[in-house]
Write a protein that binds this ligand. Sequence first.
Ligand code: T4K
Length: 393
Amino acid sequence: MPAKTIRNRTDLAINGAPPAFEKPIHVGQPNIGDREEFLRRIGQILDNRWLTNNGPMVQEFEQRVANYLGVKHCVAMCNGTIALEIAIRALGLSGEVIVPSWTFVATAHALYWQGITPVFADIDPVTHNLDPDAVRRMITPRTTGIIGVHLWGRAAPIDELQAIADEHNLRLMFDAAHAFGSTYHGQKIGRFGECEVFSFHATKAFNTMEGGAVVTDNDELAETMRLMRNFGFKGYDNVIHPGTNGKMIEACAAMGLTNLDAFDHVVAINRRNHEGYSEAIADIPGISVLDYGRTEANSHHYIVAEVNNGDPTLRDRIIQALHAENILARRYFWPGSHGMKPYRDLYPHADLLLPATTAVSSRVIVLPSGTGLPNGCVETVAAVFQLLADGAV
Ligand code: T4K
């Protein structure tokens, strides 16, 4: 429970009162499944004396994830960024690739790192996902592909992006870092485009501490990526492809197997947190919580409030007030990738082409959730929002 209940401005820590919570509450605080099971698996790894390089735990993890997603191949990797880079390289992307700016910067970096130019397309301000018309406008003779992002776990407009890719002969893949367990038209994310890339970072709804995977139904693509993640080795002493070290270690797979068993529980808690915040904030004018609808599955991991009351300073003042209470809400993904280096030097006037991205980035607040959310956090957040929106501070 919080150390105090916030009723008026004098209870706020920015006004000198003690913080509501003694310890910081983070966005992305990890969900951790059954400790005993995890430790049992770690014991098994040590007994095996097989720690990495496609060990039995990684193989079991890949099989379980592939079955869960209903996809033929899961190629587990050391993190989501390397998984993106390997997928991009395996698809042979080059020249320019269209991506949203409104995503974690790794989506753009995975291209730029390999000498490919990320070209930013604007988003739909309601869903925060790519706007297909904006994607069309960014196509040039150098464009070779599109990377859609299922932001906040809500599916990108997959059918529309596939139609554009087909029409212009472009490769289409998805950054599904947020979308483990999400659906599109009732089908699990993982089967769309030529491949989809997950992040299993500690801060994700489903985590392997560090980790990621590319999933695909394409046998040849999966085989190429398996080679690429292990220096191109095919058996002892036989390198048949350029490659890197993108392997997942056994301990991460052990965490993944343990957390997979707990995933439904995590989603249920997240959904309850999401509903709690939405109800608590519902009557505050100019503030809303993004709703993912009832027809598609979502892990409800990202709970995104939008501050849109016409006061351009309110969002940041709320963040400051929440931080003072030890609630470390975030402005993900402000200012958008186009506002970060090196992209802000490449495209100094990108704001003109990205009006929805710019508007959305000025109003988001991502709130803490997950199984470790302490009692009283939702109510404290709502009280802070209310007092600042009322102009009491
Ligand atoms: N594509 C998208 C759309 C992504 O969102 C991401 C990653 C990627 C690609 C790349 O996947 P990876 O290569 O990361 O697998 C964090 C994560 O590091 C990043 O994985 C994630 N997206 C992004 C949305 O969030 P930061 O820079 O915000 O990290 P940091 O250190 O500020 O931590 C986030 C919060 O989590 C903090 O409030 C602290 C808390 N935390 C963190 C860790 C690691 C904990 O409470 N416990 C922990 O163990 O990027």
